[in-house]
Structures are given as structure tokens and as C-alpha cells.
Design a binder for this molecule. Structure first.
Ligand SMILES: NC(=O)c1ccc[n+]([C@@H]2O[C@H](COP(=O)([O-])OP(=O)(O)OC[C@H]3O[C@@H](n4cnc5c(N)ncnc54)[C@H](OP(=O)(O)O)[C@@H]3O)[C@@H](O)[C@H]2O)c1
Length: 316
């Protein structure tokens, strides 16, 4: 079969032939219709991801949509069984893991609702326990996860939603998706001025920060949180380190909450995924999807590292 194969840690995967998977006991083969592309795929291929380096050679890609070989059920899947991955014509998964999809949802949208959609939704709904009327600051609101987070905040009843990012076009899109105010991280990059910009856009204290950036934006966001505020940390697109004073955390009893899709209990993740599908089918959640042929994997690999600003999916 055709697949995107990693031969060396940190290298760009090659489009070539790979052995077809055969389902063992408790496993299933999925015929892949689309594979979702995510920053985590690049991180896994670098060997630096929390799960450790992948075997070599192996097929890259963590999620996708397809049909179970044999019974034809249309499903969303993640967590492929190595050395197989989603960027291929077929993938191997644990038999009970895929989630069945309704006909009404498009393949590309269903893939986008997985890793990116869950990372937009669960940090607010489940980790921060967002309450109706609270003020939410979404950092990286110009990225795919951030665009989901803006919509999630609105659907979960946030009072004021502030979208922060550098890309002007995507900040406008965040407004159309429901953000009440925007902060341009390109114009004000760090420090007290950025905290002030967050507070002005929020109309006062922020209750919850959705943070895929870390670095200087997160440090400034901490200072915009009010008493009992929560920051949910899910990525480091702006930097691996952030510095803030002890007094800020202690003095306002702030909560810093880590978030990783793959550490969320499976039942919570599955229920959230189904909720996202319902919202998308009903037109309450939107995502821009760009479909590309699997043969273009080298280009796509490069684009996802500099933010494509839309969900890229590969079609084998
Ligand atoms: N913890 C989890 O379970 C989980 C799940 C999914 C994703 N993530 C992480 O979340 C992050 C976003 O994922 P994504 O799919 O939304 O990626 P994406 O679409 O590429 O978005 C990346 C975002 O990061 C911003 N950004 C990049 N470099 C920046 C910098 N130096 N300073 C400020 N902003 C910067 C971009 O802003 P501009 O475009 O405006 O420049 C954009 O908003 C990634 O780090 C990813 O690994 C974590």
C-alpha cells in the first residue's frame, strides 16, 4: 500500500510502499479515507514526544476517518498500532477504539474534530470546568485548536471571549466564530503591556485561559487572571518556558492545569467527540478543511510546522 514512512527521527516522511496491516486478535484494519495532520505528528517523528520515539521504519499519522475492513462501518480513529499510522491507505487499530460516525458528517470535518477539536473543547469543558458567564482568553486563537476553543467557549456559555493571535485574517475569522474582542500578539508581544491589552479586551479580570502557546503570551495571561482563575496549558507554540512570580499564583489562588488529549479518560474523550460531532452536524461548530493527496506529504509536513491556519487532511 502507499504510505508516508519515517526512516529516521526528525526526517520528513517519504511517500512510498509499506506492508499492509493484518488484524490480529482484538484488532481491526481501517481503510483510510482521510488522515488529519497535526503538530503532534511532527513532534512524534522527532522522537521528543512523551510516548517516546517511534519504531523505524514506521508510518506516521495519529488520526483519521475511514471504514472498518470487513464490515464497512464508517469511523473516526486515533492511536494506530505501530508500525502502522494514519498517513496510509490502511491502518491497524484496537478493535473497540474507533468511534462510529453519522452519515451527515463530512470526512475532513470528522478528522478535524478529533485531536484539534477535543483540544479546543475539553480544556474548557472538562479541565477548567468553565461556568456560564465566565470570561475566557484564548491564546493562539488563529490556529486550528484555537478556532475550536473560541467556538467551544461560546457554546459552553462564556460571557466574554477574547481571541489572541498574530495572524490578522484569522483574528477576523475568530470574531466571526464568536469572539467578542481580539488582541494582536504581533503588535504587543509580552509583559505588562500585553497583560493590559488582555484585561482591556476582557473588560476586567480573565477567569480562564486556554493556552496552546506558553512562553511570553502565557506569562502575560497569568497576570490578567482574577482570583480563582485557571490557565489550561496544552502546547508550547510560542516557547518551552514561561516565567511568572510566585505571588501571582499564590496571591490569587490560581490553578495551572496541564492538558493532554491522550491522558483524558477514554469515556470522557469519546463523549466529548460525540458532542462535537452533534454541534458540527447542527452547524454550531465550523472548521475550514483543506484536502491534499497523500503523495504531497513532504509539503504538508512543512506547512503544518509554520501554521496552515486551517485543518490539513491527507487523502490516500
Ligand atoms: N495538549 C494536547 O492534547 C494538544 C492537542 C492538540 C494540539 N496541541 C498543541 O496546540 C498547539 C496548536 O495546535 P494547532 O493544531 O492549533 O496548530 P496551528 O493550527 O499550527 O496553530 C498554531 C498557533 O500557534 C501560534 N504561534 C506559533 N508560533 C507562535 C509564536 N512564536 N508566538 C505566538 N503564537 C505563535 C500561531 O499563531 P499565528 O498563526 O497567529 O502566528 C497559531 O495560532 C500546538 O503546539 C499543538 O502541539 C496540544
Amino acid at each position: 500500500m502507499h504510505a508516508a514512512v519515517l526512516h529516521q527521527l526528525g526526517a520528513t516522511p517519504a511517500y512510498e510502499s509499506f506492508e499492509e496491516p493484518v488484524a490480529g486478535e482484538g484488532q481491526a484494519v481501517v481503510e483510510v479515507a482521510v488522515a488529519g495532520v497535526n503538530p503532534v505528528d511532527v513532534r512524534k517523528a522527532s522522537g521528543a514526544y512523551i510516548s517516546g520515539p517511534p519504531p523505524l521504519p514506521s508510518v506516521v499519522g495519529t488520526e483519521g476517518v475511514g471504514r472498518i475492513a470487513g464490515d464497512g462501518r464508517r469511523v473516526y480513529f486515533d492511536a494506530p498500532v505501530a508500525p502502522f499510522g494514519a498517513f496510509a491507505e490502511q491502518v491497524l487499530v484496537a478493535a473497540g477504539a474507533p468511534i462510529e460516525l453519522p452519515d451527515a458528517i463530512d470526512d475532513g470535518v470528522a478528522a478535524a474534530l478529533g485531536i484539534a477539536g477535543l483540544a479546543g473543547w475539553l480544556p474548557l469543558a472538562w479541565r477548567a470546568r468553565l461556568r456560564a458567564g465566565e470570561t475566557v482568553l484564548v491564546l493562539g486563537a488563529t490556529g486550528v485548536v484555537g478556532q475550536f476553543a473560541v467556538q467551544a467557549a461560546k457554546l459552553l456559555g462564556a460571557g466574554q471571549v477574547v481571541a489572541a493571535g498574530r495572524d490578522a485574517e484569522m483574528l477576523e475569522r475568530a470574531r466571526r466564530l464568536g469572539a467578542d474582542a481580539v488582541v494582536d500578539l504581533g503588535a504587543v508581544e509580552s509583559g505588562e503591556a500585553l497583560t493590559q491589552a488582555f484585561r482591556e479586551a476582557a473588560g476586567g479580570d480573565v477567569d480562564v485561559v486556554h493556552d496552546p502557546l506558553w512562553g511570553a503570551p502565557a506569562a502575560a495571561a497569568v497576570e490578567a487572571l482574577g482570583v480563582g482563575g485557571r490557565l489550561v496549558q496544552l502546547g508550547q507554540s510560542a516557547g518551552a518556558d514561561a516565567t511568572f512570580p510566585s505571588a501571582s499564583i499564590r496571591g490569587r489562588q490560581l490553578e495551572l492545569l496541564g492538558y493532554l488529549n491522550f491522558l483524558v479518560p477514554p469515556d470522557v474523550r469519546r463523549a466529548a467527540y460525540r458532542t462535537l460531532v452533534e454541534h458540527a452536524v447542527a452547524g454550531r461548530i465550523a472548521v475550514e478543511v483543506e484536502r491534499l493527496p497523500l503523495a504531497a506529504v513532504a509539503d504538508v509536513w512543512e506547512r503544518v510546522q509554520r501554521s496552515a491556519h486551517r485543518k490539513l487532511v491527507l487523502v490516500p
